[in-house]
Design a protein around this ligand. Structure first.
Ligand SMILES: NC(=O)c1ccc[n+]([C@@H]2O[C@H](COP(=O)([O-])OP(=O)(O)OC[C@H]3O[C@@H](n4cnc5c(N)ncnc54)[C@H](O)[C@@H]3O)[C@@H](O)[C@H]2O)c1
Ligand SMILES: O=P(O)(O)OC[C@H](O)CO
Length: 357
């Protein structure tokens, strides 16, 4: 890495723009970073003007983070290669379904010495019937080290500079410190841990539970029911990580990326909001995503499908009844009201096991 490190942000949605506000401020403030931060923007027209031009003149992402000023040293660039080619630190923050195409466009054009930080919550389906972490997709395609950042991080609240915590998962202490320097502010506090896969899996899996929490809200079932879904969801997240990413530490679930993200997402997130409307409106999830999110993207239903793809292939759907039920509700195979019947069956089985011991 050169002495002044260049940072590029790949993505400019709700979280991408919010993190650009932080990174831009830190890059301008700290000597170790080049103050110019390029941000790749998936170009679109807003009222006849290019979004990149609007951002570069008004310093506001009027579509995905309206009402918040970005630092002037954050430069919107419509071409991903142009944005990334000189960067030492690549911050990936696109909705997870777009990552394979983005990475493919960068192959051969980035610095081989670059390091990546993925803020992306989700998986990708993999050859052989399994799933891959998003960091693994980036690493495999671009052949660079990838750290992750996950936490209880509703983007709008962070843009409002309300106190929040986050977790960076990084295997290399030196890189972990550099990443912490570029991300941490007085209101956004970073913990660095080396349990990278567990940190990332937590970020992806909590979006499935958030969909379940939204169903509970749509069914008007109350706080106790929602707490039950959160508890069962946490248990399935732990079991999933222990089963598929051996060596993970239980303590990681107590970091911001674990239980804290699960709580915030089940109360304040977009997955919760759209899933609640799915129950009350009778419209499809795709329709509601368009209607309610103004171009922002839902991650939970697709993540539930990706996880189910692997569980089904491994004949393990019954080992993760909440994840499986939520997926089946999303694709219309079960009704939202079936959620509770399925959970009763599950808790009955558990009780019988305990009684039988
Ligand atoms: N928003 C949050 O509060 C939040 C917080 C933490 C983590 N995350 C995670 O960060 C990631 C990015 O979320 P976000 O909120 O920044 O995005 P978003 O949900 O606001 O998505 C909109 C973005 O997707 C882009 N886009 C649309 N079509 C595209 C295409 N074909 N190719 C590439 N990009 C396209 C849009 O230009 C826009 O930048 C997700 O994995 C999400 O789970 C989001
Ligand atoms: O709005 P959601 O449901 O995509 O959740 C946003 C963040 O992941 C919360 O940390």
């Amino acid at each position: 890495m050169s002495s002044k490190q260049k940072v590029c942000i790949l993505g400019s949605g709700n979280w991408g723009s919010s993190i650009a506000k932080i990174i831009g401020t830190n890059a301008a403030r700290l000597d170790s970073f080049d103050s110019c931060v390029k941000m790749w923007v998936y170009e679109e027209m807003i009222d006849g003007k290019k979004l990149t031009e609007i951002i570069n003149t008004t310093h506001e992402n009027v579509k995905y983070l309206p009402g918040k000023k970005l630092p002037e040293n954050v430069v919107a660039v419509p071409d991903a290669v142009e944005a990334a080619k000189d960067a030492d630190i690549l911050v990936f923050v696109v909705p997870h379904q777009f990552i394979p195409k983005l990475c493919a466009s960068l192959v051969g054009f980035i610095k081989p010495s670059a390091t990546a930080l993925s803020l992306i919550k989700g998986f990708d389906v993999a050859e052989g019937g399994g799933i891959a972490l998003i960091s693994q997709i980036i690493q495999k395609q671009l052949k660079i080290d990838v750290s992750v950042l996950m936490g209880a991080n509703l983007a709008n609240e962070i843009a409002d500079e309300k106190f929040s915590e986050t977790t960076i998962g990084c295997r290399d202490k030196k890189i972990g410190q550099i990443l912490k320097n570029v991300i941490q502010t007085d209101y956004f506090r970073v913990s660095v841990v080396d349990d990278v896969e567990a940190v990332e899996a937590c970020g992806a899996l909590k979006n499935i539970v958030a969909v379940g929490a939204g169903f509970v809200d749509g069914l008007k079932l109350g706080d106790n029911t929602k707490a039950a879904i959160i508890r069962i969801g946490l248990m399935e997240m732990i079991k999933f990580v222990e089963t598929f990413y051996s060596g993970a530490r239980l303590g990681t679930f107590l970091e911001s990326c674990g239980v804290a993200d699960l709580i915030t997402t089940c109360y304040g997130g977009r997955n919760r909001k759209v899933s609640e409307a799915y129950v009350t409106s009778g419209k499809s999830i795709e329709e509601l995503e368009k209607e309610l999110l103004n171009g922002q993207k839902l991650q939970g239903p697709i993540t539930a499908a990706e996880v189910n793809f692997m569980l089904k292939n491994k004949n393990m759907e019954n080992d993760f009844p909440l994840f499986t039920t939520i997926h089946k509700i999303c694709i219309g195979e079960l009704k939202p009201s079936d959620l509770i019947e399925q959970m009763k069956l599950n808790t009955n089985t558990k009780t019988e096991q305990v009684d039988g011991e």
